[in-house]
Design a protein around this ligand. Structure first.
Ligand SMILES: Cc1ncc(COP(=O)(O)O)c(C=O)c1O
Length: 466
């Protein structure tokens, strides 16, 4: 809407929303009752890096649609056109059959993922992870008499919102009140050097954190562990970039104990970390499963993928005469053609506009600016990130690293918001440690956009912490 105020009165929409929409991750109390304290926010329109709300107020979106999704920015007509054309031609057929965009997108995606070969379409990150979990369980039954069924996950990681995915979740607050959980998921320690569990630094810390995974495997019994599921860079758990030395050891351990490696690229995937298409590709890892969702079509259509290598795929057609010997799974909306049609255009935009390179350059610039902010504000204990995927952890005391009070961290995000810059903040995730501000602007971000984001944060920190 080019910054012009809205002509239309949207109060009816606000009231309909207040009365009937159950928002995600939100306490509704402030919006309801005879005298509501505030209105739900309605996002009406988006263009590039910016969105406009029901009041016509412009916001610079530093979180790509709130949850690391709109990687190529808003208002991309060519994606809309590709989706429209495809919907008119064929909107849907179940994934038992193929589709033209499904095959073309798979080929394109795999061309960016050496070592991987098969794309299983689903419609959310949770579901993509669930598919990988099911494949691991089925492999355990087919090959190991059901024994090698345990799936390891890491403290502070997140893999989705279903009961099974929460069972594989390392963010304890997300699980509160939702148990009992699915058995067979086992936690390994996090690898966040800023809050190190061992008195080591750099590569030594990284190797130690990976060794801790091996300790869990040995305690559980290697013949019971089927897979290890990790985020390449932990997102909602506090933007945790694994230290040097970590990934080579992780890969070594998986090979040693014949454990399948599942990398959850739901946030990092499709350019977010810069230079490479996927986060794991920075570290030379050879995964067995790669799951992805948010940035795959930048939110222009719902699409998620569970990608496997041929080794995994081959395990599902060894005995065709056995009626159970294939992946007996379906995702109804995995057959929607809008997803791969949008995803193909999304990848083309990233290539044609050099967005992987822009992400690296702008990510480095933003990291430098956040470091400068840390020099100015003692409340910033740590700044970290990769590409346009950054976090600033706030502490009450730098020496003790006591986390800043959650309410005050939230107040910083709220103040940025009032200034017209939407930033993220850890939300009911890690008990006592929801103290990291999160940034994930679209991959099209410019220096001016980043300056605006950092300056809003600077002002908000001054206001909230003095
Ligand atoms: C790393 C990671 N995995 C999985 C998911 C779940 O994705 P979805 O919300 O599409 O189910 C998320 C969502 O934030 C995520 O951050």
């Amino acid at each position: 809407m080019d910054g012009k105020p809205l002509d239309n009165d949207l109060s009816g929409v606000v009231e309909a929303d207040r009365a009937h929409v159950w928002h995600h991750l939100v306490q509704h109390a402030g919006w309801t009752g005879p005298e509501p304290k505030s209105d739900p926010r309605i996002i009406v329109e988006g263009k590039g890096m910016r969105v406009w709300d029901q009041h016509g107020k412009e916001h610079l979106d530093a979180v790509s649609g709130g949850v690391w999704t709109v990687n190529v920015g808003y208002g991309r007509e060519r994606i809309a056109n590709a989706v429209r054309d495809q919907l008119i031609k064929l909107n849907y057929f179940a994934g038992t059959a193929g589709s033209i965009p499904g095959a073309q997108f798979s080929e394109k995606l795999i061309s960016k993922m050496p070592g991987m070969s098969r794309v299983y379409f689903t419609n959310s990150g949770t579901e993509a992870n669930e598919k990988a979990f099911k494949m691991v369980r089925q492999i355990a039954h087919k090959r190991h008499g059901g024994r090698k069924h345990k799936i390891l996950y890491r403290d502070r990681d997140y893999h989705g919102s279903s009961i099974a995915a929460i069972s594989a979740g390392g963010q304890d607050q997300r699980g509160l009140q939702y148990g009992p959980f699915t058995p067979g998921f086992v936690r390994v320690p996090h690898c966040m050097e800023y809050r190190a569990q061992w008195d080591l630094t750099g590569e030594e810390y990284g190797q130690r954190a990976a060794d801790a995974i091996e300790e869990v495997i040995l305690a559980e019994g290697p013949d019971t562990v089927g897979a290890l599921c990790l985020e390449p860079v932990t997102a909602g758990g506090g933007v945790i970039v694994p230290p040097p030395g970590y990934w080579p050891r992780v890969q070594e351990i998986c090979r040693k104990y014949d454990i399948l490696l599942h990398i959850d690229e739901v946030v990092c995937g499709v350019g977010r970390t810069g230079t490479e298409w996927f986060g794991y590709q920075h570290y030379g890892i050879e995964p067995d499963f790669v799951t992805m969702a948010k940035g795959v079509a930048s939110g222009y259509a719902a699409i998620a993928c569970c990608v496997t290598n041929e080794k995994v795929f081959d395990m599902f057609h060894e005995h065709p005469e056995d009626p159970l010997d294939y992946f007996r799974d379906i995702s109804t909306f995995g057959g929607c053609t809008a997803g791969p049609a949008a995803a193909l255009e999304n990848m083309a935009i990233i290539e044609e506009e050099g967005l992987l390179e822009n992400t690296t350059a702008m990510g480095d610039y933003m990291l430098d600016r956040l470091h400068a902010l840390k020099d100015k504000h003692a409340v910033i204990g740590d700044v970290r990130g990769k590409g346009l995927f950054l976090g600033a952890e706030l502490v009450a005391d730098r020496a003790s690293k006591e986390p800043a009070e959650e309410k005050m961290v939230q107040a910083v995000a709220a103040d940025c918001n009032a200034q017209g810059v939407i930033i993220g903040v850890m939300n009911r995730s890690v008990p006592g440690l929801n103290n990291t501000l999160c940034y994930s602007p679209a991959l099209i971000a410019t220096r001016d956009d980043i300056d605006q984001i950092v300056e809003a944060t600077d002002k908000a920190l001054t206001k909230v912490f003095g």
